[in-house]
Design a protein around this ligand. Sequence first.
Ligand code: 13P
Length: 236
Amino acid sequence: MKKISVIANWKMNPPTKKEAENLFSEAKKAKNKNCELIICPPFPFLYLGKGLSLGAQDCAFQKSGSLTGEVSPHMLKQLSCNYVILGHSERRRTFGESFDMINKKAKAAISSGITPILCVSEETKDELIAIDEIREQIQAITKKISFSKIIIAYEPLFAIGTGNPCPTYLAAKRRVLIKSIISKINQRAKDTPVLYGGSVDEKNCKEYIEEANFQGLLVGSSSLDPKKFKKIVESI
Ligand code: 13P
């Protein structure tokens, strides 16, 4: 059986190194042999996560150069970072990342041996527009990328950081839609893991795996609460 991925997106948290050390040591206590745990802390805390599977929250698409503030996938790989979250809606909305940029970042990450976790969001409540929006996003961010080298995370905007999780039936419908879009692009895409993210907590986590059939979870705020996070990992 393929393992369920539980990915912690700490975003720009916690504020101190001491708290980050504590979160890492608590994460190590969360045990589930059916689950692959991946922690995505802010860049400066990556080096504290030895012994855990690590991901970054962004990367540049260039290898090096005069690019103030940027971090390349090549540099991340040297910190034992094997994953990177790309195209999170917070980056697209706050920092103006385009789909083309996300696609370039994903290609650069893959070239450095890092698996991109490509976020697909849904910004409208109109069903037909949402379907087109998801299709266009997937086509743009996965252009000329092998589906065997990526993870897709479905994160509807209304569910991110709101405490308003996506109803399971809708999430399930979207998973099927994403699977059908990617399978039409490439037959081999049927094995690409599709994860759910958005207000996941210790009470709703199981539904997304067991009822909606997602292959994992991208967890934001609940990953900063060690008790909740441990319950999520151990209950799925
Ligand atoms: P929350 O779990 O806080 O809603 O955040 C979800 C998210 O953005 C994960 O990438």
